[in-house]
Design a binder for this molecule. Structure first.
Ligand SMILES: [Zn+2]
Length: 155
């Protein structure tokens, strides 16, 4: 079997931000921000790895679905229509899972460089309760809300 797209496409250039001029603080260089303790790091790394494995399984399934669809031989326009719709739905799901994979890889990278659990925008600690609910969160709640407000305004 050929290698799946999922494995090959781990690296993706970061999305351009809508606010180019804003400089992001490098969390590691912030003073007075101790790194997360080992016990917690272990807990979160397990969470992230579990999530990453689930994403990989989902991606493999979606790619199988897509391949099955390619062998489909529609008999009429309604089936063509349905196939097209299904293909688009699967492609969207693949995009979502690839984004999740990217975020999981990003979180693991941050664990290694010591910046996991710190907001990528303001450099402050992300609340532990937030990380427990969303281990892949890269922004604190304040910055997340700001980001969403910007995104809405950009629409
Ligand atoms: Zn923040």
């Amino acid at each position: 079997m050929r290698p799946t797209i999922a494995v090959r496409a781990i690296k993706r250039p970061p999305k351009p931000t809508q606010r180019g001029s804003r400089t992001r603080l490098r969390p590691r260089e912030q003073e007075g921000q101790p790194q997360m303790e080992k016990r917690k790091l272990n807990y979160f790394s397990t969470q992230i790895l579990n999530k990453r494995n689930k994403v990989l399984v989902k991606l493999a399934g979606l790619e199988k679905d897509l391949e099955a669809l390619q062998h489909n031989q529609p008999k009429d326009w309604a089936e063509v229509n349905n196939d097209t719709w299904e293909r688009e739905t699967i492609m969207q799901k693949i995009d979502t899972e690839k984004e999740n994979l990217r975020r999981a890889n990003d979180s693991l990278r941050k664990m290694i460089d010591g910046s996991y659990g710190m907001c990528a925008s303001c450099g402050q600690h992300i609340l532990e309760a937030r990380l427990r609910a969303l281990p892949l969160a890269s922004l604190c709640i304040k910055c997340q809300i700001k980001e969403e407000t910007w995104a809405r305004q950009a629409c």
